[in-house]
Design a protein around this ligand. Structure first.
Ligand code: ZN
Length: 312
């Protein structure tokens, strides 16, 4: 039964996402630009999220994916945590260096009216009274932790502020999710453009002019039809290196072993209470909602292990 549910879950996670990463030929800026429609739709299905929450999850996941790809080491992991004290609760996304992402939101069934601009109220759901925390874990030693006060809770602006404050890099970030009438994700994605040291002023002026003309990322995708079209439009009149194309995905790395560790960390007494009261334990992964069932015997084994360790 559990096997079956997990297999069903895998079968819904199949849409491809595409990210272009490139530089302009003068080395003035670098760009990550992604069509993350599949990723946002995966998150919606897993979380049964409302349109506002889908927009929150889709934007945070797209941002994390592209930031994850900025890693210097292959084993690096990036975690974005938006803690804005809004009704949607905390939002967390974890990305690896290939841009694969897992994400969750405390309250994905939040319903809010559209904001004053007639858009899904992402900032209202996330909240504005709090922090964005960015953790880069290198797989060894101390992780790097950066923090910035939330600007609007709209995600892209907050990530821009993070790059300005913590990494002193002038950065333009656009992230968007367009939800269809049937609540599925019609378009999702965005870009992160970063100005490099010693920019060519003419290229920079042209880039600013181009960006200044843009509306939203999802409306660009609607107009152009695909990522290549958007890319060519954003960098019109600028000579670009050929982009490196990759296909990140929603991916959760939870496992039975990890869940066992979580149970063990509760301690022997808690485990014994569990055995006495329920005779079993069911753990659900926050990120992918996969269920892990532990029977009485397995719990007893874990409790026995703990008692042994204590003695030893
Ligand atoms: Zn999981």
């Amino acid at each position: 039964m559990q096997e079956q549910t997990n297999r069903q879950q895998e079968s819904i996670l199949q849409k491809e996402n595409t990210v272009y990463r490139s530089l302009d030929v003068s080395g003035t800026f670098r760009v990550f630009m992604g069509d993350m429609t599949g990723m946002a739709e995966d998150l919606r299905k897993i979380n049964h999220s409302t349109p506002t929450a889908t927009a929150v999850l889709g934007r945070v996941a797209a941002g994390a994916s592209m930031m994850g790809m900025m890693a210097k080491g292959e084993k690096d992991r990036l975690t974005l945590t938006f803690n804005g004290n809004g009704p949607g609760g905390k939002v967390v996304a974890v990305a690896d260096s290939q841009g694969n992402v897992k994400a969750y939101m405390e309250n994905p069934t939040i319903e809010l009216p559209l904001n004053q601009a007639g858009k899904l109220d992402v900032g209202g759901a996330v909240g504005r009274q709090g922090m964005l925390t960015v953790v880069r874990d290198f797989g060894f030693g101390e992780p790097y932790v950066g923090q910035v006060k939330l600007v609007s809770g709209e995600i892209a602006e907050d990530i821009t502020a993070y790059f300005a404050a913590s990494e002193q890099m002038p950065t333009a970030v656009a992230l968007g999710v367009l939800v269809d009438r049937d609540m599925s994700v019609r378009r999702a994605g965005g870009f992160i453009i970063q100005v490099l040291p010693h920019p060519d002023e003419r290229v920079l002026t042209k880039l600013e002019e181009n960006i200044g003309k843009l509306t939203s990322f999802t409306s660009l995708m609607e107009e152009e039809g695909d990522l290549l079209g958007v890319y060519e439009r954003v960098f019109e009149g600028i000579q670009m290196d050929p982009p490196i194309v990759s296909h990140p995905a929603f991916r959760c790395d939870c496992s039975r072993e990890r869940m066992e560790q979580a149970l063990i960390s509760l301690g022997a007494k808690e485990l014994e209470d569990m055995i006495r009261e329920d005779g079993k334990a069911e753990l659900v992964c926050h990120f992918c909602r996969r269920r892990y069932l532990f029977g009485k015997e397995q719990l007893e084994e874990l409790a026995a292990q703990l008692r042994e360790e204590k003695k030893g």
